[in-house]
Design a protein around this ligand. Structure first.
Ligand code: NAD
Length: 283
């Protein structure tokens, strides 16, 4: 039976350390501050923004929440980012995605100053991730790396398979594993004979967005299985991309959903904000 990778516990321990770092910064007269911009009234986005607000308060980061109407022109949003870029009291800037259709998300994201890009989504940050010359780490993949580190999972030399190639999870996950000397394969919707590839994985990361997609016959016995999926079932319950009950019979370690990768993502956002504040104080 697989051991559980407890994202809640790791997250609590990392947040306690972040809170200590925030307190040290405050003692030095620097109040770490994260600006979160929400455009429109998408209910899921509102929940994510609220959770980020709560996490900020918990660790001693000052949240600056800016909510704009859905019809806000792109130019106005770009001007707001310019203003926040030059505001020295703001350390991190995050634009909650998705944005309304009339706004180019990439244009808006790329306007964020690289030293305030705590989501690590700008071209500058992505380029640095490719090079392994990190400015900020992408939050969900960085949270997964932290979990692997906490549970002493060796990455170097291991076969790592990532299912999913999105810009926010799959691709940066593959790069972090590669930069940690894993032998990485990225699978996606066009991969032929997926199980034959996933069965080679010592570390298998599922970021597909399909409930219980990864079955036990896709997993090598003893593999470490990381489930990024957050899927809402018709009964309202959350479930991951991995068939948890069956796969835990053969994996050596596995993340649950909820309580695995999810809690780590916002924690790494808090970590990036502290990193930004520390760099600002050194300048
Ligand atoms: P996405 O829809 O952008 O990407 C899904 C990927 O899965 C694509 O690259 C696609 O090629 C691949 N895919 C789809 N069908 C496939 C198939 N049959 N076989 C193999 N590959 C297939 O999704 P995303 O944004 O990367 O998110 C993936 C999941 O992770 C979602 O459930 C999302 O809610 C969740 N998520 C969780 C967190 C977190 O903090 N835990 C953060 C981001 C996303």
């Amino acid at each position: 039976m697989a051991a559980l990778i407890d994202g809640k516990a790791v997250s609590a321990s990392v947040r306690a350390e972040i809170a200590r770092e925030a307190a040290i910064l405050r003692d030095k007269g620097m109040i770490p501050k994260l600006a979160v911009i929400l455009v429109g009234d998408d209910p899921a986005s509102a929940v994510y923004v609220r959770n980020k607000h709560k996490a900020c308060i918990e660790v001693g980061i000052e949240p600056l929440q800016i909510t704009l109407p859905a019809e806000t022109p792109e130019d106005e949003l770009l001007s707001l980012i310019d203003k926040l870029n030059s505001d020295t009291s703001v350390n991190g800037i995050l634009v909650q995605l998705p944005l309304p259709k009339h706004i180019s998300a990439q244009k808006v994201i790329d306007r964020i100053a690289p030293d305030k890009d705590v989501d690590a989504f700008t071209h500058d940050s992505v380029g640095r991730i490719v090079e392994g010359r990190y400015g900020f780490l992408p939050c969900t993949p960085a949270g997964i790396m932290k979990l692997l580190e906490y549970y002493n999972v060796t990455i170097s030399g291991k076969n790592c398979v990532v299912i999913g190639r999105s810009n926010i999870v799959g691709k940066p996950m593959a790069l972090l594993l590669l930069n940690a000397s894993g032998t990485v394969t990225v699978c996606h919707s066009k991969t032929v004979d997926l199980p034959s590839v996933t069965r080679r994985a010592d570390i298998l990361v599922a970021a597909v967005g399909i409930p219980r997609f990864v079955k036990s016959d896709m997993v090598k016995p003893g593999a470490v299985v990381i489930d990024v999926g957050i899927n809402r079932l018709p009964d309202g319950k959350l479930c991951g991309d991995v068939d948890f009950d069956a796969v835990s019979e053969i994996a050596s370690m596995i993340t649950p959903v909820p309580g695995g990768v999810g809690p780590m993502t916002i924690t790494m956002l808090m970590q990036n904000t502290i990193t930004a504040a520390k760099r600002a104080i050194e300048r």
